[in-house]
Ligand binder design. Structure first.
Ligand code: ADP
Length: 338
């Protein structure tokens, strides 16, 4: 083995050596250096190649998984080079695709749930209408009084179907952000007094009672769409009626009072109340409470429409309820000066 110490052997070491031996030694040293350099660069290339290839491999694996529709993996490429940046961008893309697919799945489930709710709830009044119409045709209702009450049931059931279909229309408008708002300045005193009159008449026909109080003076004004706000309270009242106790007369309190910058409206019933389990979800689209109550009929979108309309008005709605004691909905709207 030759020792080496530079590109050429040291002249002192070569002194006294025959010229041929010295030339040979220089050549050996030179070859050794070339060999070492080649080996080092080969190792360096192999190492870099391996690093690059393994990163590309991870990216290819990710692309394949996405192609197959699998988004449950994660790309983790460490480093500060361009490929690592591609890895980070890839992972962000995967997370975004995953979030989109979860959202789409939720929307599909909601849609399916809605169709099944509506189908079920249209069937119930339809079956009743058919039954009572057959009763009339077959002559089972053989006195004018009976005929009148059969017709009344048919009329009421048709009304239920109408309300359900209206809810469906409202839902699709809501979904497409297409509620045609016509905002205007409303006097809180007159607006709610008129609404309470309408609601009171409706409740009377259902043997229920409305207790109404309004502490807003003439100058209390809020900006709202009167038709949509009426829909909000009609939806809530319809729920109070649906979820009333069977053996206790329904009493609903509707209260209105102003504060500095806000207008408070409270709707309280003495119905069956909402269970703790249902409470966090009742404003979700298509969510319906306990299966036992689904006999009351409904699509499960009433309260989600309520929340959406109230929030589109810059307001808020909260619910307080105890099972067996009743439910209170508290609304806050922005108040403007006259
Ligand atoms: P639904 O069509 O089922 O009435 P909603 O969105 O209007 O749908 O209400 C969601 C759920 O909230 C209902 O299924 C019911 O369990 C509960 N709920 C709403 N309002 C009341 C109420 N006043 N009393 C008792 N439960 C209520």
């Amino acid at each position: 083995m030759h020792a080496f110490g530079g590109v050429g052997a040291h002249p002192e070491l070569m002194a006294g050596m025959p010229e041929e031996v010295a030339r040979e030694k220089t050549a050996d040293v030179f070859i050794s250096i070339v060999l070492i350099m080649s080996l080092t660069s080969a190792l360096l290339i192999a190492w870099t190649y391996h690093g690059v290839m393994s990163k590309i491999g991870i990216l290819v694996m990710g692309a394949d998984k996405i192609k197959e529709g699998d988004l449950d993996f994660s790309i983790n490429i460490q480093g500060a080079d361009e490929l690592s940046e591609v890895g980070v961008a890839f992972e962000e893309m995967r997370l975004r695709l995953k979030a989109d697919s979860v959202r789409r799945l939720e929307a599909e489930t909601n849609q399916r749930q809605l169709v099944s709710n509506i189908a079920h709830d249209l069937k119930t009044p339809l079956t009743a209408i058919r039954g009572y119409a057959e009763g009339l045709l077959d002559g089972v209702a053989d006195t004018p009084k009976k005929q009148q009450s059969y017709l009344m049931v048919i009329h009421n059931k048709a009304g239920e179907m109408d309300a359900l279909l209206n809810e469906l229309t409202a839902y699709s408008n809501l979904d497409a952000n297409r509620i045609p708002y016509k905002f205007m300045r409303l006097g809180a005193r007159d607006y709610f007094t008129n609404l309470a009159e309408e609601i009171g008449i409706e409740l009377e026909s259902k043997n229920a009672q409305l207790v109404y109080y309004n502490y807003a003076k003439e100058d209390v004004v809020f900006v709202a769409d009167p038709v949509q706000i009426s829909r909000v309270f009609q939806n809530c009242i319809a729920n109070s009626v649906k979820y009333a106790k069977k053996h206790e007369p329904l009493v609903i309190h509707l209260g209105v009072w102003p504060e500095d910058d806000s207008l408070h409206v409270e709707l309280k019933d003495n119905g069956i109340g909402i269970s703790e389990k249902d409470m966090p979800r009742i404003f979700e689209r298509t969510y319906r409470g306990d299966a036992s109550r689904t006999s009351a009929g409904g699509s499960g979108i009433g309260l989600s429409i309520v929340k959406k309309i109230v929030e589109d008005h810059g307001g808020s709605v909260e619910v307080h309820s105890h099972e067996g004691e009743g439910t209170t909905l508290s609304f806050v709207f922005k108040r403007t000066k006259r």
